[in-house]
Design a protein around this ligand. Structure first.
Ligand code: NAD
Length: 362
């Protein structure tokens, strides 16, 4: 089997998760990660055995002075990889592209970059096939990933005549302390918000209009969708079944008692614990069965998006598409199996509970 050598430049919220995902793939090898400054994240890389390289104007001696061994500079990492996943803050990727091009290395960029940073914008369910063999790809943002995945369910089955979505956006990631609001609701006054046009960088014909508000939460975004379909599904149950049978969708049934994002992320923490993981992530689009409704040609559904992790499997599939390692469904299945996505079977209890009939009275 071919093994693609991968580097990750920018080891923050997205980069560290992508690195963790790369090491779990059967056909990818993590050669190293690059950071500009020493920090607890740099320590995390060392702890996990990821060779650490210094990017930008960072000084290797500074890392060494804090007991963080460095494997070299970014230029040395570039000489050792086939592809670089750039997970640096927005607009830095565009500058970095010059370095990747000069080194003859392919690159995957993130949604904070403008679309023209790469040959194409990517979502695994929506346009994997058209991205095969590209030298550079841009994985669209968390919200656009959620929208284009949902479009990949709706378009082939019923067609989309018109789609209105309001995005209720989280104010900051849990690890951030400089963003807000901490109180209040901020409407995005530019209409449409940038998400609709961004979705069309993946699906050019998608008739979608997006509006957005920012609210004081860090857990997840929530999308409120109203889609006018071209052909009417037979029932709400048909739409539920379509989402349920698509990879990267996680539906909560009414009996599960997941009322909103707090319970979703509690589930994610429990699932990570069961699987022996350390990062509580929800890489799937999350829908509530009770919040999916069909009324003639109109479909309504809510979906929650875990901004810190939803793009991680897409970064892995983007690499497979670029190197033409597999078709879309095969890549998605390989990635999801490696990451333990979907409902993992319950771990057996260490000690079986005693049935009530056999309990001895005290
Ligand atoms: P982040 O700030 O958490 O991490 C970025 C990391 O890159 C930091 O560790 C920073 O120190 C490092 N860095 C800065 N300049 C660098 C340079 N020149 N070379 C190497 N490293 C450098 O940012 P993030 O949230 O992981 O975002 C990264 C990209 O992913 C952005 O394009 C963003 O829009 C996109 N994205 C973010 C989210 C999210 O919710 N966090 C979701 C989807 C996509």
């Amino acid at each position: 089997m071919v093994t693609i050598r991968v580097g990750v430049n920018g080891f923050g919220t997205i980069g560290k998760r992508v690195a963790d995902a790369v090491v779990r793939q059967p056909d990818l090898e993590l050669v190293g990660v690059a950071k500009t400054r020493p920090s607890f994240d740099a320590h995390r890389a060392i702890d996990r055995g990821y060779p650490l390289y210094v990017a930008g104007a960072g000084a290797p001696e500074k890392f060494a002075s804090f007991g963080l061994p460095v494997a070299g500079r970014l230029s040395e990492l570039l000489a050792r990889v086939d592809v670089m996943v750039d997970a640096t803050p927005e607009d830095v990727g565009r500058e970095n592209r010059k370095l990747y091009d000069a080194a003859g290395v392919r690159a995957v960029f993130q949604g904070g970059e403008e679309a023209d940073v790469a040959d194409a914008s990517f979502n695994a369910l929506a346009n994997y096939e058209t991205c095969r063999g590209k030298r550079t790809l841009r994985v669209v943002s968390c919200n656009t990933t959620g929208i284009t995945r949902a479009a990949a369910v709706l378009l082939p089955r019923w067609g989309v005549a018109h789609w209105e979505v309001t995005l209720v956006r989280r104010a900051a990631d849990p690890g951030e302390s400089k963003r807000g609001p901490v109180d209040g609701i901020l409407p995005t006054l530019d209409m449409p918000s940038h998400h609709g046009p961004d979705a069309r960088t993946v699906l050019p014909e998608l008739p979608i209009t997006t509006t957005a508000v920012v609210v004081p939460t860090t857990l997840m975004h929530v999308h409120v969708n109203h889609v006018r379909l071209v052909r009417a599904p037979a029932s709400s149950a048909e739409l539920v079944a379509a989402f349920r049978s698509t990879p990267r969708f996680h539906l909560f049934a009414p009996w599960e008692g997941a009322d909103g994002t707090p319970q979703v992320m509690e589930y994610a923490r429990d699932r990570a614990g069961r699987a022996g993981g350390t990062t509580a992530d929800m890489m799937e689009n999350v829908l509530w069965e009770r919040g999916i409704r069909v009324d003639g040609q109109d479909a309504y559904f809510f979906q929650a998006i875990h901004q810190e992790s939803i793009v991680v499997p897409e970064n892995i599939d983007a690499i497979r598409a670029m190197f033409d390692l597999a078709d879309g469904p095969t890549s998605i299945a390989t990635t999801d199996r490696a990451l333990g996505l979907g409902r993992s079977p319950r771990a057996p209890l260490a000690k079986a509970p005693v049935p009530p009939a056999q309990r001895t009275a005290r």
